[in-house]
Design a protein around this ligand. Structure first.
Ligand SMILES: *Cc1c(COP(=O)(O)O)cnc(C)c1O
Length: 398
């Protein structure tokens, strides 16, 4: 296959071909059902083929698909109003992806200093283990050598410090520093949470040095952690925030949110996008918010989180040779494996349960936010059978 496919060889794909999805389930071409706790990497936030999403997309498709930003797009105004009403932000720029939301965040921070008489301030401090996307600037921001290697000179202006290390961070702040960029919980890095007091210290450092604080909530946002955005758990607000994944419910789009002050350098003509904020995307984004911001929805996410938390704690106790640690917040769950995480991922897939790999020998469970307690228990039962299978296999090879 690999040497005959017309596709780039950039992905190592599991040999599964899904034909349709229903809620938390994916169904293969041959009719096999898989419990989807990967959600397309935290994207299908309200599950597959949610009737409200289908209706919103179809309804918009019958009116107009695309306009460009040469004209006013009412769906953008509605969605931006709802996002700013529900967050720290005053202004929104819509993009097509998470990486582009980060690009906008980085440009917004640099422009802010440029237009405030500090053009020398362009450097951004990031954290080891971070992931911010795959564009040339965001691989430099993420700092992972495996993503940077072979792509020419690393984009200038990103300084990386160890995770949760305040002294190293302080030492890295120089007169050229413009902003600090962090995921409130590292997703791809292995579901590594940032301590709330660390986030508070970042905020204080930003005040002290005149820096902007940028949160990357591409993975943690839109209800994933049981709050609309993860920063609400700490009470620390950023100046700029990148959002994507769950906001579209499967329609690809993202957003860069900012305070009016932080966005003040982004004046007419300095940034742009052809597709960003397209009516189809906005219809989907507004439909996702109809569901996620409905009374009681986030409480339900927090309630089902408890089912996972208790079940996973019990599994960790009973399979200490397979599961080392449970991490995360809400439905951004990290299972740190004691065995190679690829083995555990393989074992859960054999039980028709889908997860997502992550760094630090972790597998991520990111069920759609609409997952019920019963579906959570079904997932836990499958994870248990997988842990049992891994244990049996280890005993045989010992
Ligand atoms: C997925 C992700 C991105 C990149 O988003 P794309 O839509 O793939 O460009 C950036 N930051 C974080 C935290 C992510 O999880």
């Amino acid at each position: 296959m690999a040497d005959t496919t017309p596709l780039f060889d950039t992905f190592s794909r599991a040999p599964l071909r899904f034909e349709r999805g229903e809620g938390v389930w994916l169904v293969t071409e041959s009719g096999e059902r898989y419990l989807d706790f990967g959600a397309g990497v935290a994207v299908t936030s309200v599950g597959h083929s949610h009737p409200h999403m289908v209706e919103a997309l179809k309804g918009q498709a019958e009116k107009v698909w695309h306009l460009s930003n040469l004209y006013e797009v009412p769906g953008q105004e509605t969605l931006a109003k709802r996002l700013t009403d529900a967050t720290f932000a005053d202004k929104v720029f819509f993009t097509n992806s998470g990486a582009e939301a980060l690009e906008c965040a980085i440009k917004t921070a640099r422009r802010y200093h440029y237009t405030h008489g500090n053009p020398e301030k362009f450097r951004i401090i990031t954290f080891e283990g971070a992931f911010h996307g795959r564009t040339l600037a965001t691989i430099a921001a993420g700092g992972q050598p495996k993503y940077i290697e072979g792509f020419g000179p690393k984009v200038e202006g990103f300084d990386q410090v160890p995770f949760n290390d305040l002294e190293a961070l302080k030492a890295a702040i120089v007169p050229e520093t413009a902003a600090l960029l962090i995921e409130p919980i590292q997703g791809e890095g292995g579901v590594r949470p940032v301590a709330p007091e660390f986030l508070r210290a970042l905020r204080d450092l930003c005040e002290e040095h005149g820096l902007l604080l940028i949160f990357d909530e591409v993975q943690t946002g839109v209800g994933r952690t049981g709050k609309f955005f993860a920063y609400e758990w700490s009470g620390v607000t950023p100046d700029i925030m990148a959002v994507a994944k769950g906001i579209g419910g499967g329609f690809p789009f993202g957003a860069c949110l900012a305070t009016a002050e932080a966005a003040s350098g982004m004046t007419a003509g300095v940034h742009g996008t052809t597709y960003g904020g397209n009516p189809l995307a906005m219809a989907c984004g507004n439909a996702v918010l109809d569901i996620v911001l409905a009374d009681g929805f986030l409480q339900q996410v927090r309630d089902v989180t408890l089912v996972f938390r208790q079940g996973l704690a019990s599994l960790k106790d009973r399979y200490p040779d397979v599961i080392e640690e449970i991490r995360g917040e809400g439905l951004l769950i990290g299972v740190k494996a004691k065995v190679p995480s690829a083995d555990l991922l393989h074992a859960i897939r054999a039980e028709h349960l889908l997860g997502v790999p992550a760094g630090d020998n972790v597998i991520r469970l990111l069920p759609p936010l609409v997952v019920t307690a019963e579906e959570a228990r079904e997932g836990l039962a499958r994870l248990e059978r997988a842990a049992e299978a891994v244990t049996t296999k280890m005993a045989k090879s010992a």
